[in-house]
Design a protein around this ligand. Structure first.
Ligand SMILES: Nc1ncnc2c1ncn2[C@@H]1O[C@H](COP(=O)(O)OP(=O)(O)OP(=O)(O)O)[C@@H](O)[C@H]1O
Length: 552
């Protein structure tokens, strides 16, 4: 319950829409009661002159129903958009210390996507299926009680008892029955999405290893389990709907039997009242009918909300100080780097990834970091970018401990070329301007020239406006690397962190990029991970790292 209340709290900003939707839903049921009450009265001749009222009430009910659907769906879509943004806002500080990169903390891209899309979608029922129908059903019950009491109090008692069974008893049973099926449905759907994403991303390797059949069989197995959960839900829903139908019929019988028994000696005039009572009862039960399914889905909604909170409440690996130091002005001031006694271990790791690291890099110096795989080079970069804080020791840039600055201020002076060189779905221009959206045409042309991309751009169908990424032109590894390099050049940052900038390039391309780098590195502090001798030659100093320690 706490999870649901928590998410209902997030919908506060849409209270107006929700209220309007609920008022319209109440109006629909009210007009339904009026319509059937009137129809009953006209049919038995109790309201002979009122037949003309039937048409406007019926039309009014249809119009109200239309507006209600429009409003409640609008409210739901707005709420889902709010929740998605709320979740995304909480996700951003978790990247990449907890999510992405190597330190995923168990959260993989597919899993996150599943939470962001599937779990948020599962919350659509929270307002439209649960809150509004519950309010409407309660008001319909009160209206029915008032009308039937006027007909005959014993009839009201009998019908309200049956209505309580339909509106409270059956939903309580379907809620209980749907709990484990709902949980299973959410879990299996997430697992299925994860597996399909893994299959798509790793298809080339799976084909090469002849493992596609096994991967598909695993997907089939999870899909079967997901299907079984959905089927269980369908059976529960059918039983719930049948029970509500039977109780509706039982209520009609009760109106007539109890009504006739009570009327016994009361004589004429009771018949029409009973007819009206029967029609109004039908309308009230219609308002209660959606509740069993709504409460059955509560298990699914609860499981989805828990999965969202799990991520949203994760503590980021680093946080901004409450009173940060101001960044140096201009940014190029203070681009020297000092690591003192730095020790850092990944959570749960047996030994530290970095230990007793002392390193001084002067402003404008170019330092190559070399060392075997797993020695701690990427971890050193992660600390320089402040994706993690050291367990002990300090990392200072321009004399300031990184923990005293905001991450945004620190990142503003970094130009980073990472190993991944991601090309995002968008035009080449979008990709180039990622870190410097305000850069002008002349700067872009210069960056393209330095990165050796000018000829490639001339050959592209739409030049800088060519769409790249999955839905567009695919770049080779070397071209993608140069696009990433051009991005760094455009950023014009005083400190460059370059991770294997010539990785994946042939000797000629490497020479071209190195020549470009020479121009880019001029006047900047550069830390570069590399194992290529041709690259280290361009650096002022080589620092070797082994097993997390610097070696002289
Ligand atoms: N997210 C993580 N969680 C736990 N241990 C990690 C994580 N990332 C790296 N490590 C471990 O920390 C150590 C240093 O890894 P790091 O990635 O810094 O090495 P590297 O020198 O950059 O390696 P490579 O050259 O292969 O990229 C390794 O033992 C590695 O297994």
């Amino acid at each position: 319950m706490a999870d649901l209340l928590y998410f209902l709290g997030l919908t506060k900003g849409r209270a107006g829409w929700m209220l309007l939707g609920t008022v319209l839903a109440v109006l629909v049921v009210g007009l339904g009661l009026a319509l059937l009450g009137l129809a009953g009265a006209v049919a038995v001749g109790a309201l002979a002159g009122g037949a003309w009222l039937l048409r406007p009430v019926a039309l009014g009910r249809s119009a109200a129903r239309y507006l209600e659907k429009l409003t409640t769906h609008e409210a739901t879509f707005r709420i889902l958009a709010d929740i998605r943004l709320w979740f995304f806002d909480r996700l951003v500080p978790l990247v990449p210390g907890r999510i992405g990169g190597q330190a995923t903390g168990g959260l993989r891209a597919g899993d996150l996507l599943s939470r962001l899309v599937g779990d948020v979608d599962a919350l659509d029922g929270l307002y439209i299926q649960l809150v509004t129908p519950s309010v409407v059903a309660l008001l319909a019950a009160l209206a029915l009680a008032a009308i039937l009491s006027a007909v005959a109090p014993p009839v009201a008692v009998a019908v309200l008892l049956i209505l309580a069974l339909a509106g409270l008893g059956v939903p309580a049973l379907t809620e209980r029955a749907g709990r484990s099926a709902g949980l299973e449905q959410v879990r299996r759907a997430a697992e299925l999405r994860q597996q399909v994403i893994d299959l798509t991303q790793g298809l080339t390797d799976l084909i090469a290893h002849g493992a596609v059949g096994r991967a598909l069989a695993e997907i089939d197995r999870v899909s079967e389990r997901h299907g079984a959960a959905v089927r269980r839900q369908a059976v529960i829903a059918a039983v719930g709907a049948a029970a509500t139908q039977m109780l509706t019929q039982a209520a009609l019988v009760a109106v007539l039997l109890v009504g006739v028994a009570v009327a016994g000696g009361a004589g004429e005039g009771v018949g029409p009242m009973l007819a009206i009572g029967a029609f109004v009862t039908l309308a009230a039960f219609e308002a209660v009918a959606p509740l069993p399914l709504a409460y059955q889905m509560l298990g699914r909604t609860r499981a989805a909300t828990r999965r969202l909170r799990e991520v949203a409440e994760m503590a980021p690996t680093v946080t901004d100080p409450s009173q940060p130091l101001s960044p140096p002005k201009p940014l190029s001031e203070g681009s020297d780097i000092r690591l003192e006694g730095v020790r850092f271990a990944y959570p749960g790791a047996v030994r530290p990834a970095l230990d007793a690291v002392d390193l001084e890099i002067e402003a404008g110096e170019r330092v190559a970091i070399v060392g075997p795989s797993g020695s701690g080079k990427s971890t050193l970069f992660a600390l320089l970018m402040r994706f993690h804080d050291p367990d002990s020791g300090t990392v200072r840039v321009g004399g300031a401990d990184l923990r005293a600055l905001t991450q945004a201020d620190h990142h503003a002076r970094l130009g980073v070329l990472s190993q991944g060189t991601p090309i995002l779905a968008g035009t080449l221009r979008d990709n180039l301007l990622l870190g410097s959206p305000e850069a002008g045409e002349a700067s872009v042309a210069r960056a393209l020239r330095i990165a050796g991309l000018d000829r490639m751009v001339a050959d592209l169908p739409d030049g800088l406006d060519t769409w790249l990424g999955e839905a567009g032109v695919a770049l080779s590894g070397g071209e993608a690397r140069r696009v990433a390099l051009a991005r760094v050049i455009l950023r014009d940052a005083p400190i460059l962190l370059l991770d294997e900038p010539t990785e994946g390039l042939d000797a000629e391309a490497e020479r071209a990029v190195l020549a470009a780098l020479d121009e880019v590195m001029a006047g900047r502090t550069v830390v570069m991970i590399t194992h290529r001798p041709a690259v280290t030659a361009a650096m002022d100093r080589i620092v070797r790292i082994e097993d997390g320690r610097l070696v002289p």
